[in-house]
Design a protein around this ligand. Structure first.
Ligand code: ARG
Length: 580
């Protein structure tokens, strides 16, 4: 059993033996470490419930706690706070258990099936810096959920459907009217038409501008889109080619970012369920007509702000983004039946998801015990705090950002490394980007600062990689010492104790990260425990330590911190290069 839970239970039993019944006891790291390692703050409410003097109650509990072998000292502070200082034996035991199985610090006995919707790139459009956080946060949350014991299903949710597709096809048709796709006798044969992602990036803005500026072109694009959605053979085959060209590049970038998905579904897949869903919604009598549009009312009595009706079909006949997300919910519950569905997009989409979630529950597309969660995130801005742009004022492609940071890391890479310099620099760059991206609380905006994010001596991914690789190299060297069994038997310095206490607190950090759907605490924690370890490393002998018991204990400590760093970096989606 996890040590803290064990102690909490023991305190609960002691309270029961004194005649006080409490549903659960929680102890937490002390806010004043000079007074104790942990504290229990439950006495005051308990004393109130039993109409007792809190100090007296606390004193009787403390006299029992002081008999525990796990506790070296316990006392009462202020109006009835209880301070707890752990015995070395307790901490040593905990470390040896962690050494046997590091997972005891992660598992949370939560075994839900969680469906995660993140990434959200759009076909034929640039994958830009605005997509970075969805990929990073989504991927890390997925890994976190799996680590604590959940089953996950991840879906990239491509924006691959809708009028822009009609516009792009029209632009291709205008340029290459003789392509077989546009002939009446076309029936799906392979066409030797080479279309790259770069072609699409050039086409897309032109196609959309033309349509916006000319009503006739817009009407034509609408018609093409309509036929595409009804599987016109030529448009459909060309559309598949467009998706394929886009996906090739999108997949490469996600691979660079260590981001992966179980499902590569898109809005086009959800669209197949549209008719079925509309039939259902009509049968529920929930669709209203409003100014030519089809809507669902989603306002609720206690709303503090006005929540407008969800528009399913616009007055011009176009099926909305909201309807697509409802169809996605229809598909996801029918196919996968998860316990929760999480969405990771820019926090500015909050109204959209509020409307969708409400319409979904209200109409019964999803039942009320399916938890729909919107994990909106803040914006990454450019170094000046304004939207991140390229030098010529365009949107910054994600690919360019990665290569910019890679160049910076390459510049700083140790000259002694002669092989795989590019690959190592890229690993470091990804670590720098991801750590900086996951460090602020999820909803907080931040500014991109390449110097700061890649600084070897800062709160950075670079620092964490460097330190972790150094731990590994120390462990490798220790193999020459022929230590039979890694075991921790003694704690010799305050800093070692501090590291162990930090380790003991991990499970709580993991739980909070899961509850907040944010990685910031894990990032802060990694920095804290790594800096403690580095202080320890700087001030103490390990490989040259003469006392074998101390040496083995310190190596065991190193091994646990190393394993833990690897695991946490992995949750963040960060790879550790061999050297740097
Ligand atoms: N493609 C959308 C965008 O670029 C994001 C999709 C988010 N997911 C969703 N289920 N709506 O804004």
């Amino acid at each position: 059993m996890y040590k803290i839970a064990y102690l909490e239970n023991k305190i609960k039993e002691s309270l029961a033996s004194l005649g006080y019944d409490t549903p659960s006891v929680t102890i937490n790291p002390s806010s004043r470490p000079e007074l104790g390692d942990y504290q229990y703050n439950g006495i005051m409410p308990l004393a109130k419930k039993y109409q007792q003097n809190p100090i007296e109650l606390a004193n009787s509990l403390v006299s029992l706690i002081n008999e525990y072998p796990e506790i070296s000292e316990s006392n009462v502070a202020g109006p009835g706070f209880i301070n707890l200082k752990f015995s070395d034996a307790f901490l040593i035991d905990f470390m040896n258990e962690s050494n046997k199985d590091i997972n005891i610090n992660y598992n949370q006995d939560i075994n839900k099936t969680i469906f995660l919707d993140y990434g959200g790139p759009n076909v034929a459009k640039i994958l830009h810096v605005g997509h970075l956080r969805s990929a990073n946060i989504g991927e890390a949350l997925k890994r976190l959920c799996e680590t604590i014991g959940c089953t996950t299903i991840s879906d990239v949710h491509l924006g691959d459907w809708g009028r822009p597709m009609g516009m792009v096809i029209l632009e291709i048709k205008t340029r290459y009217p003789d392509l077989p796709y546009f002939k009446d006798n076309y029936h799906g044969e392979e066409v030797a038409f080479n279309l790259t992602n770069d072609d699409l990036l050039e086409l897309y803005p032109i196609a959309t501008t033309k349509a916006k500026e000319d009503a006739k072109i817009m009407e034509e694009a609408r018609q093409i889109n309509y036929e595409l959605q009804n599987k016109h053979p030529g448009y459909y085959a060309l559309w598949q080619k467009i998706v394929e060209a886009s996906l090739k590049e999108i997949k490469e970038i996600y691979e660079d970012l260590n981001v992966s998905f179980d499902l590569w579904e898109g809005e086009s897949d959800n669209f197949q369920y549209m008719d079925e869903m509309f039939d259902y919604l009509y049968s529920k009598n929930i669709i209203e007509e409003s100014e030519g549009a089809k809507v669902i009312t989603v306002r609720e009595e206690n709303d503090k702000i006005e929540i407008p009706p969800l528009i399913l079909v616009k007055s011009n006949g176009a099926v909305s983004y909201e309807a697509t997300d409802l169809a996605a919910l229809w598909e996801r519950t029918h196919k996968y039946n998860p316990d929760e569905i999480w969405y990771m997009t820019d926090k500015r989409q909050v109204l959209h998801f509020t409307q969708v979630f409400r319409a979904s529950t209200k109409s019964g597309i999803t039942n009320p015990d399916l938890k729909l969660v919107f994990n909106g995130f803040g914006t990454m801005n450019g170094p000046d705090g304004k939207p991140f742009k390229t030098r010529d004022g365009g949107t910054m492609p994600l690919k360019n950002l990665v290569s910019m940071v890679t160049q910076e890391c390459l510049k700083r890479l140790n000259e002694n490394i002669t092989e795989n310099r590019e690959k190592i620099a890229k690993d470091i760059a990804i670590a720098a980007i991801k750590y900086a991206d996951l460090l602020p609380y999820r909803t907080t905006d931040y500014n991109f600062d390449i110097e700061k994010f890649t600084d070897l001596n800062g709160k950075t991914g670079t620092y964490l990689l460097y330190s972790t690789i150094r731990m590994k190299s120390l462990l490798n060297k220790s193999q020459e010492l022929n230590i039979k069994e890694y075991n921790l038997t003694t704690i010799n310095t305050d800093i070692e104790r501090k590291i162990i206490l930090a380790m003991l607190d991990l499970k709580r950090i993991i739980k909070r990260s899961y509850e907040n759907c944010s990685l910031n605490e894990i990032c802060e924690y990694l920095y804290k425990i790594t800096s403690y370890y580095n202080n320890f490393y700087a001030d103490n002998h390990i490989l040259t330590e003469e006392n074998k018991e101390i040496q083995t204990s310190r190596l065991t400590l190193t091994k646990i911190i190393y394993d833990n760093n690897c695991k946490l970096l992995n949750i963040l989606g960060i790879n550790i290069p061999e050297k740097m």
